[in-house]
Ligand binder design. Structure first.
Ligand code: WT7
Length: 675
């Protein structure tokens, strides 16, 4: 919890939105939608929990059917599809081969327009995944082992994930933009013996050497006492190794060389229990240490599949493009697992959407016939602000568009609808998290009206509720904000935090558990960590994080992680990171630091502070501004009042500061920041 947890009441006052502005899906969409039977919604009422989730389980191919949909005997460690066995790579690949082997699984679009696209059929994917799985197996990777994957947006990334899944190994994908140090932290926590990387890739018109980060990661892991045995290096251009970092003999393996020996090799998929973990995904929380969110095989995969079908409306002939990075949960669920499980064609784009110019998304959509388009408010805002965009010059037709990752302003929503969606694409604003595996709130696109700025009701099977700080339910239409929770368990939810079950229980179930002795799931609502409001129409509007997490362009950063990177510098005494409003990215980190006695502020020091953050975490955590101040505002008990700093940065009312230990410093800081 935030140490100055007053953000909800602040937002309560600040909310104005058009309660009655609705948009309806066009009849043409409704006619063709996967989920268009309004009566079917009734099945998903809470009284029918957990049986209604069986339908989602049936979307998968099981080696052995489950005996029990839900086992709630050990709250909140729920078990799903107990007794069932399956393999995720079989569900995403093998089961499509009989009828659809020549269908495109992935289109890979390199960033440089002159480089040809790659078309990867389900048969191609089958071959590549099997060969790579055979290589991993020869290196000793087996069921239950963890494998860290640090790759950019290339087809090798899902190939590596699915090869792990075939062997029953647990993949841990680290976002390619994260630093070597951040990669090391995740390797050490997950105890991975194998790291998969690439020589380099294209981004923003530049070649980025990437393998250097693997060397740093392995060295830093070793300093922390963990030895990485094998580093598998893919070449971005097979046959040509291009990186500043030479290969390390005895440790590094050039995949594109050795894979020749694996031509035609097949690996029998390991039949996994539904409850066996499929992957870890590290995400930020309230402490300086990222948490390894653990997702299951059967529960996660069926949830990603069902939500892709019902909410994204993915159908066999659709070409679906999600612009997220596979290194985040959105890419796991909605570029790889959900679309492949449905046998769809999914687009992987290597680079930034604005390269070589802001019309790139439309040109890709035109070339591939993309008809489902999935992106974030930040990307939409940047398209909106870009000069010279001309979607009208491109032939594309979106039946559905998605927004995810951060709240979308109603103005931005309307622009997305009219200009990109041409008044015909249905929009789903999907609210969810790394921990939840898939969507929690969204409209069902053929059945519910859209309301700009509101995610919508809980999706079928999900029953959200808003509690105030005392655990009282806040009624619909009251205009008050509170903590959004989910009343019922669902099978896409995280199983635990890797090696930290206590943190799992306290973070998500600590505050609102009605009785820790209870064996009844009704007493264990899941707390998401977001503030939200419920309108009288049953639609949830998400207000933002209530904990020490900043959402930058839909990416989650822990303020404590940034602060601890800064505190590693000897010159720094104290540091506080706050979320500053940004027209493009929603919010961005701003940093306030005080220095050790005798240390003099300088541009050089500010630059070193920023460099420390980029080295520890990566460029996405770069603060917009570093304010070196004489002291940070504190309570008498010594807590740093980040809320006051945030008010100064965001030019908001500061409120009463007389109870602080050092009220005079607020004025000094205010003078510096807003002279
Ligand atoms: C946090 C989760 C979910 C995939 C991408 C981010 C915010 C997410 C929305 C939305 C308003 C949203 C929440 C949430 N968020 N979707 N549609 N409207 N806010 O996953 O990194 O785990 O971040 O993103 O604050 O808690 P994540």
């Amino acid at each position: 919890m935030a140490d100055d947890n007053t953000r909800i009441s602040e937002t309560e006052i600040a909310v104005h939105w058009h309660e009655e502005e609705y948009y309806s899906p066009p009849e043409s969409f409704i006619q063709q939608a996967n989920f268009r039977d309004a009566d079917a919604l009734r099945k998903f009422e809470l009284d029918n929990f957990p049986d209604y989730f069986a339908e989602y389980g049936h979307l998968l191919q099981w080696d052995r059917p489950w005996d029990q949909v839900f086992d709630g005997s050990n709250p909140p460690f729920w078990k799903w599809f107990v007794g069932g066995k399956l393999n995720a790579s079989v569900n995403c690949i093998d089961r499509h081969l009989a009828k659809n082997r020549n269908k495109t699984a992935f289109y890979f679009i390199p960033e440089r327009p002159e480089e040809p696209k790659q078309v990867v059929t389900y048969q191609d994917l089958f071959v590549r995944v099997n060969e790579f799985a055979a290589l991993l197996r020869d290196l000793g990777v087996k069921q239950g082992d963890r494998v860290t994957i640090h790759l950019p947006m290339v087809v090798e990334l899902p190939v590596a994930m699915l090869a792990c899944a075939r062997l029953g190994a647990i993949h841990s994908v680290v976002f390619g933009g994260f630093s070597g140090q951040a990669c090391a932290d995740r390797i050490v926590d997950s105890e991975s013996d194998v790291l998969i990387t690439m020589d380099g890739y294209y981004r923003g018109g530049k070649w980025l050497s990437h393998k250097d980060k693997a060397d740093i990661a392995v060295d830093k892991a070793k300093e922390a006492g963990h030895i990485v045995k094998h580093v598998l290096v893919f070449e971005r251009h097979p046959g040509t190794y291009t990186s500043n970092a030479p290969l390390v003999a005895g440790r590094d393996i050039l995949v594109n060389d050795v894979i020749q020996q694996y031509r035609g090799r097949r690996v029998e998929p390991v039949s996994m229990r539904a409850e066996d973990p499929l992957f870890l995904m590290y995400t930020s929380g309230s402490t300086g240490k990222p948490k390894g969110v653990q997702h299951s095989t059967g529960g996660y995969l069926s949830y990603a599949t069902a939500t892709s079908k019902n909410i994204l409306d993915i159908q066999p002939e659709d070409v679906y493009w999600c612009m997220a990075d596979i290194g985040w949960i959105t890419g796991h669920s909605y570029i790889v697992y959900g679309p492949l499980s449905l046998g769809a064609s999914s687009v992987i784009y290597e680079g930034v959407p604005s390269y070589p110019d802001a019309n790139r998304p439309f040109s890709i959509a035109e070339e591939l016939g993309v008809n489902i388009f999935h992106t974030s408010p930040t990307a939409i805002r940047s398209l909106r602000m870009a000069q010279n965009i001309a979607p009208q010059n491109y032939q594309y037709h979106f039946k559905l568009m998605v927004t995810v990752g951060e709240p979308i302003e109603p103005d931005v929503w309307r622009w997305y609808y009219h200009v990109i969606g041409r008044d015909e694409a249905v929009i789903v604003d999907t609210w969810w998290q790394t921990e939840t595996g898939g969507f929690l709130c969204s409209t069902v696109p053929a059945l519910d009206k859209m309301k700009p700025g509101s995610a919508g009701p809980g999706i079928p099977g999900i029953h959200p509720v808003i509690y105030d700080d005392e655990g009282h339910e806040i009624a619909a239409g009251s205009g008050r904000g509170g903590n959004i929770c989910i009343r019922n368990p669902w099978h896409g939810a995280l199983q635990t935090i890797w090696k930290d079950p206590n943190r799992f229980v306290s973070t998500y179930y600590g505050k609102y558990c009605k009785n820790p002795e209870s064996k009844d799931w009704h007493d264990w609502p899941y707390m998401a960590g977001d503030g939200a409001m419920l309108a009288s129409d049953g639609y949830f509007r998400i207000l933002g994080r209530i904990d020490d997490v900043i959402n930058v362009a839909g990416h989650r950063l822990g303020t404590k992680e940034i602060e601890s990177a800064v505190l590693k510098l000897d010159d720094v005494a104290e540091a506080a990171v706050i979320a500053a409003h940004d027209d493009m990215k929603g919010t961005v980190p701003e940093l306030y630091v005080s220095l050790q006695p005798g240390v003099v502020p300088s541009d050089e020091l500010s630059a070193r502070i920023v460099a420390a953050i980029v080295t520890e975490i990566g460029p996405i955590a770069r603060p917009r501004k570093v304010w070196i101040v004489p002291d940070l505002p504190k309570t008498r008990s010594g807590k740093i009042m980040r809320r006051i700093l945030a008010s100064i940065s965001n030019n908001k009312e500061i409120g009463d500061v007389t109870t602080l230990a050092n009220p005079e410093v607020v004025d000094t800081i205010h003078q510096m920041v807003r002279p």
